[in-house]
Write a protein that binds this ligand. Sequence first.
Ligand SMILES: Nc1ncnc2c1ncn2[C@@H]1O[C@H](COP(=O)(O)OP(=O)(O)OP(=O)(O)O)[C@@H](O)[C@H]1O
Ligand SMILES: [Mg+2]
Length: 288
Amino acid sequence: MPPPPAYPGAAPSINGGTINGTSMAEPNKEIIIRVRDLFVGFGEKMVMKGLDLDVYKGEVLGFVGGSGMGKSVLTRTILGLVRKRSGRIEMFGSDLDQITTREHAALERRTGVMFQQGALFSGLTVKQNVQVPMREHLALSSRLMDELALLKLELVGLPRDAAEKYPSELSGGMIKRAALARSLALDPELVFLDEPTSGLDPIGAADFDELISTLQKTLGLTVFMVTHDLDSLYAICDRIAALADGKVIAEGSLSTMLASTHPWLRAYFHGKRARQLLGDDRLAEASS
Ligand SMILES: Nc1ncnc2c1ncn2[C@@H]1O[C@H](COP(=O)(O)OP(=O)(O)OP(=O)(O)O)[C@@H](O)[C@H]1O
Ligand SMILES: [Mg+2]
């Protein structure tokens, strides 16, 4: 992986730190995404109401919350696709309000995204989809881009002949893999995955979880993963953050979630599905 570009004004490391008098950071952990007091809304409706969040380098953070609570909006706001009303967002130590368009493009190059629903371009082949970020950010010959795209497809376990296929010719699981390959097109350090396993059958979802976990470890990625999938949270997430009422209401390990008394968290982590996955004993232990 090439060395990260230097950003004027960017702190090389943003360990620790205190904002608004409250220290959220765990000491000695580098923060890759730091969100403070974020407000985002559409018209009269506020979706984020003072949200704080830290994502640490090298972790898989599972981001949970009820449908329509704003998980995708938060992802899109961090990526600069939705405008915030107020608050502060830092990525790789740079305050996104304080950087130039060029510096922002440099940050984008360090970041990959897999949108909810895969969001491949239907008029492009899989290979061309994977090459979209390359065309946007790199000046490479088409031969080199072809080689790189095939490498990315191999990385996510897609057969070579998938490269020339259009999204409509692929199964749901293959579309997910192609979207994951595209998110890795620029060798990112940070990857956003919005509901990566939704719509897959349990075996397909478990395989995809394993793929994410393997890639995260081998490539040293930091992963921000929106998910409803308890299996994924359990299998691959290092930490979980839960969203409700426009804020992160709990942040920590699975045990922290299980011990929370918030009604949504109790319903989610102590429901029938959770009991099947975690077992009644473990849930009782966490609640006592
Ligand atoms: N461009 C937009 N204009 C107006 N409202 C929007 C827009 N995008 C999202 N919203 C609203 O913001 C709220 C949060 O939406 P979001 O898509 O982030 O939910 P989510 O938590 O990702 O839900 P799900 O789990 O179903 O994907 C919803 O009420 C949605 O209708
Ligand atoms: Mg969503």
